[in-house]
Write a protein that binds this ligand. Structure first.
Ligand code: IVH
Length: 661
């Protein structure tokens, strides 16, 4: 009995650790929260009855196991207030009048700073080290997120100043990180974040710092305690100490130069790599700040000027479902066309069924549509509910039971947010997959864009990517906007694509979950399409980064006779299907061992350490998993060390590595 329980406990822990890694680190959960909870509850139950089985590394010991319950609450040294808003130059001048009255002076010096659209964070330093990082919380009490904050590179871990100080600032997600994150999530069939701020906030309030690290966040500091006599001096001091201070601030003598600053940045701010939603105006003098003091909610010496979001109300005519190249169904609101900041907007993505539910939007509703810093318009909220199609009650949009393009089956895989059409010859998927196939980073067929793909599919000339290789000069010349010259160019591009490496071809197949990086791993690991098609689950999972889910997806894909036929035809056309296997390094001391490096080693650079490991037959990987043999940790190790400890992976220092070698 005891042995049996022991085995169950070990299996439960392995499963939980695996699924936590999928959820928190890879952002690609395989099981539902309920299934996860069931595993956790069973483990808690056994451990409750047999406390002797509890170990410190058990997933039950990880404070709650769920992200939102595990933070320690910390009182703020002084309230983290918000700011009053001004929405017009007039309201800004009113603010200036109030400050002048308090000061009894004709002209006030203000510092104008961009208002960064993120979440605020207080960071405490003592003895030159970052000791604690706290979210805003309710303004009086926040949450200790120190391990997460430590993963943000622009927040210094050490500073020259040795005294106790507190720095406040904003955590933001740069637009590029945001776009990349959503693209990855889309590929993995996960729901999308509506804006960078939500994605940043979600990345800070998680228990696993590896998730924060993966969000690629940035920290800008804008306040210091204890403060210097002038705010400008705070900003200068912060920059000197190595903090990231947004350089777009200006000292303004009086309110009119502030107005000028607002106008200067109204358009220019859109070229910044992160989102800003206004300008914060602060009295420069600390004496004046003290004199003005605070209302219950905000300082009297500062104000946030908000740019008019380019927003407008319009009606949702209907909600359509788009079908992507892997069959994912995405809801799109078709709008009565409306002008937003000089652009006509007639559609807006609703991302997924969860977002529809969050907005509570139905066809016929009047909604507020906003174009933020980016070009993509979004539905912000429902302003007025419409009537149902026949005047009766509104109907919530439903995920279609059949693919709107081909009428094929739609399914939602376990643990995934997205629904997808499973008909492999769905024309929408076909178009999407052809555009993907031809993309520069895939088969690089220049000139094969959307317009051409549409024609090829609609005329029935192309039913799969393999058909591209049978196209003739004559067929192409007969298409719209296509002369003999461009037809010949495209044929030459198609011909040239045959020579591209196997990894491109694998990527080009649009296997769900197999993106660029994974395609390369598979090509390196298996060296031929044939080996990939025949590979067992185990063989696939031996390749780094391939878990059971991805292995299953690959096996499902090749289990489909149509896909096998597709590969056979590509091969017949002369597309590359093999690589010469990389010569296997002569077995060395470290053959079969995988290493992860973190922190600064005392004598070796990271590249040198990697060279030594590889020369001895070992592999170096960038992320810690159960397959990692050793983590080599130097000074200031990152979250990889925590990960190693939680997974029970052996940790070495440089000397330990040398001993192994
Ligand atoms: S100063 C008491 N400066 O905007 C002064 N805040 O609406 C507190 N924010 O909670 C803030 N950029 O999260 C300040 N340059 C900036 C800012 C900024 C963004 C945020 C901050 C604050 C909110 C107030």
């Amino acid at each position: 009995m005891a042995a049996k329980l022991d085995k169950e406990v070990r299996e439960l822990r392995d499963k939980l650790i695996y699924h936590e890694h999928r959820y928190y680190v890879m952002d690609a959960p395989e099981i539902s929260d309920a299934e996860y909870d069931a595993l956790m509850n069973r483990l808690k139950e056994i451990e409750g009855q047999h406390p002797e089985l509890v170990t410190p590394d058990s997933p039950t010991q990880r404070v709650g196991g769920k992200p939102r319950e595990g933070f320690v609450k910390v009182a703020h040294s002084q309230p983290m207030l918000s700011l009053d808003n001004a929405y017009s130059h007039e309201e800004l001048r009113d603010f200036d009048r109030r400050v002048r009255e308090i000061a009894g002076r004709e002209r006030i010096d203000y510092v104008a700073e961009l208002k960064l659209d993120g979440l605020s964070l207080a960071a405490r330093y003592d003895g030159g080290r970052l000791v604690q990082a706290i979210t805003r919380g309710d303004g009086t009490v926040g949450e200790d997120v120190t391990p997460n904050a430590r993963t943000i590179h622009s927040l210094p871990l050490a500073i020259k100043h040795q005294g106790a100080i507190e720095v406040r600032g904003e955590i933001i997600m740069p637009r590029r990180s945001f776009e990349r994150l959503n693209a990855e999530r889309e590929k993995a069939g996960l729901s999308l974040f509506a804006n960078p701020r939500n994605a940043a906030a979600g990345g800070v309030r998680v228990l696993d710092p590896a998730v924060t690290a993966a969000r690629r966040l940035t920290y800008f500091s804008y306040a210091l305690f204890p403060p210097r006599p002038h705010h400008t001096a705070n900003l200068e001091w912060l920059a000197e100490q190595g903090f990231n201070v947004n350089r777009n601030w200006r000292l303004c003598h009086g309110v009119e130069p502030v107005v000028k600053f607002l106008d200067d940045w109204e358009e220019k701010r859109r070229t910044l790599p992160y989102e800003t939603d206004g300008v914060v105006v602060k009295a420069d003098s600390l004496d004046l700040q003290r004199e003005a003091g605070f209302t219950a909610k905000a300082p009297r010496w500062a104000i946030a000027y908000k740019y008019a979001a380019r927003a407008a109300e319009t009606r949702v005519e209907r909600i359509e479902w788009n079908v992507g190249r892997t069959g994912t169904l995405t809801p799109v609101a078709i709008l009565d066309p409306v002008q937003l900041g000089g652009v006509t907007v007639s559609r807006s993505t609703l991302h997924n069924a969860d977002e529809i539910a969050r907005l509570g939007v139905c066809e016929g509703d009047t909604v507020l549509v906003e174009r933020g810093g980016d070009v993509i318009p979004k539905v912000v909220k429902v302003v007025k509910q419409g009537k149902g199609p026949n005047g009766e009650g509104r109907r919530e949009p439903q995920v279609p039971k059949h693919c709107p393009i081909c009428n094929g089956h739609v399914v939602r895989e376990e643990g995934e947010a997205a629904w997808r059409c499973v008909n492999v010859s769905c024309p929408a998927q076909l178009k999407g997959s052809l555009i993907h196939f031809a993309a520069r980073r895939v088969m690089d067929i220049d000139g094969l864009g959307e317009a051409l793909v549409d024609q090829l599919v609609e005329k029935g000339l192309v039913k799969s990517s393999a058909d591209l290789y049978d196209l003739t000069q004559e067929q192409l010349e007969n298409l719209e906007r296509m002369g003999p010259k461009s037809a010949a160019n495209i044929l030459a591009e198609i011909e040239a694509s045959k020579k591209l490496p196997l990894e491109r071809v694998i990527h080009g197949l649009s296997i769900p979950h197999v993106g660029e990086r994974l395609a390369k791993t598979l090509a390196d690991h298996l060296s031929s399409m044939e080996a990939l098609m025949d590979a067992s689950d185990e063989a696939l999972q031996e390749a780094a980064d391939v878990g059971p889910k991805v292995a299953e997806s690959i096996r499902d894909f090749f289990g489909e006779p149509q896909n096998k036929k597709l590969v056979a035809r590509l091969q017949k056309a002369g597309v590359r299907m093999k690589e010469t296997p990389k010569p296997k390094a002569a077995p060395g001391k470290l053959t079969g061992k995988t290493f992860v490096l973190t922190g600064t080693l005392p004598t070796f650079s990271r590249d040198q350490a990697q060279e030594k490991i590889e020369a001895a037959g070992g592999k170096v990987s960038s992320s810690v998993s159960k397959k990692t043999s050793y983590v080599v940790a130097g000074a200031d190790p990152g979250s990889k060390l925590d990960k190693a400890r939680s997974l029970g992976v052996a940790v070495l220092d440089e000397k330990g590595l040398l001993d192994l070698l």
